[in-house]
Write a protein that binds this ligand. Structure first.
Ligand SMILES: NC(=O)c1ccc[n+]([C@@H]2O[C@H](COP(=O)([O-])OP(=O)(O)OC[C@H]3O[C@@H](n4cnc5c(N)ncnc54)[C@H](OP(=O)(O)O)[C@@H]3O)[C@@H](O)[C@H]2O)c1
Length: 337
């Protein structure tokens, strides 16, 4: 069993779900430690029925930890995680900082579990939330018909930018209903009753950083640099769960019936697809669930080898915490049986 597991960013939106998962899924661990910023240090969190005092993250804090699960902003992951590796820990990181490093595997356990098992003292990255659900849905299509091109539009929840995003959706909506103004800090425009077609900073050729993550990370996870992705990432006033409209062009045509069969037999995916009875994936029904849901599966009538579908997943769970905990479980099974 792991001697000591440090959860870095234990107080954040993803950290809170990780604590719930670690409590319910029984990873073999002797001792847990929770780390966060100086703002939270000293506060107490009840975990597995016992109080754990949150410690301030420092470079020395990793002594004795054999597994570190980190869910902090990119700059914190950049500055502190090398110290965890130096201390001998296997690190599973949720941030975007290490994902495209050629020495760091980018892992979705249903797709490339073997990559995680190669790492001893080192970093394993968990992908961006909007990428994880898309890459998982693309994988069975790619295996069967080779994905050539993807056009994706996202409808992303406010929890994607953490606790502050969720708080500002609620407070901003309450203010808007009262006709009052609200000072948003997490969003560049009011999110209440609005859609914002910018997630992340301006990157290149008019795309945002979130959109380019969907391009580069998808290729790395699926191990195919030839896949072309045209993404548009949009923040919408939904508290949790990202939705995506995905159009795929494959080398070998895939009928909607075949796609349903491929999705249904792939681990981590559930098909909810009955337009006649208004059954399709929704953020409201995916909230708190660990799978990637697909529906509205249909032929892309604008292209002979095109398929269109709708995909929803809980960004805090499969898009973040669940994926990281699954990686930890893989490692535990490999090391301890
Ligand atoms: N939200 C998602 O859907 C999602 C999905 C995939 C990946 N991610 C990634 O996961 C990471 C965390 O996201 P989140 O949504 O959970 O954000 P969050 O709610 O803002 O939580 C951030 C966490 O990082 C800690 N932190 C911030 N500054 C720190 C510092 N200087 N030293 C130590 N700890 C510090 C915070 O501690 P305090 O509470 O003490 O400030 C908190 O525990 C980000 O890299 C994000 O991009 C998020």
């Amino acid at each position: 069993m792991f001697k000591c597991v440090a959860l870095v960013g234990a107080t954040g939106a993803v950290g809170r779900i990780m604590r719930q998962l670690l409590e319910s899924r029984h990873l073999p661990v002797e001792r847990y430690r929770f780390l966060a910023s100086a703002r939270s240090a000293g506060s107490t969190i009840t975990f597995q029925g016992k109080p754990i005092v949150v410690e301030e993250l420092t470079k020395q804090a990793f002594a004795g930890c054999d597994l570190v699960i980190a869910t902090t902003p990119d700059d914190i992951a950049r500055d502190y995680l090398p110290a965890a590796v130096e201390a001998g820990a296997t690190v599973i990181d949720e941030s975007g900082y290490w994902r495209m490093d050629k020495n760091v595997p980018l892992v979705i356990p249903e797709i490339n579990p073997q990559e995680a098992l190669k790492v001893k003292a080192g970093i394993i990255s968990s992908p961006n939330c909007s990428t994880t659900q898309m890459a998982l849905a693309l994988k069975p299509l790619h295996d069967y018909g080779k994905v050539k091109r993807v056009v994706v539009s996202t409808y992303q929840a406010t929890s994607g930018i953490g606790v502050q995003g969720q708080k500002e959706l609620i407070e901003g909506t309450a203010a808007a209903l009262k006709g009052e103004s609200y000072n948003y800090t997490a969003f560049k425009h009011p999110i209440a009753f609005n859609c914002i077609p910018q997630i992340g900073g301006h990157k290149e050729d008019g795309y945002t950083s979130e959109e380019m993550k969907m391009v580069y990370e998808t290729r790395k996870i699926l191990g195919d640099e030839s896949i072309m992705v045209c993404p548009t990432a949009v923040r919408i006033p939904v508290s949790n769960c990202h939705s995506e409209s995905i159009m795929v062009e494959t080398e070998r045509p895939i009928s909607p019936e075949k796609a349903r069969e491929l999705f249904a037999s792939f681990p981590g995916i559930k098909v909810v697809d009955d337009l006649h009875n208004s059954q399709y994936p929704l953020p409201s029904t995916s909230d708190g669930c660990d799978l990637v849901y697909v529906g509205r599966i249909r032929k892309d009538i604008s292209h002979p080898n095109g398929l269109a579908f709708w995909c929803v997943s809980d960004n805090l769970r499969k898009g973040a915490a669940t994926n990281a905990v699954q990686i930890a479980e893989l490692i535990a099974k490999h090391r301890f049986g």
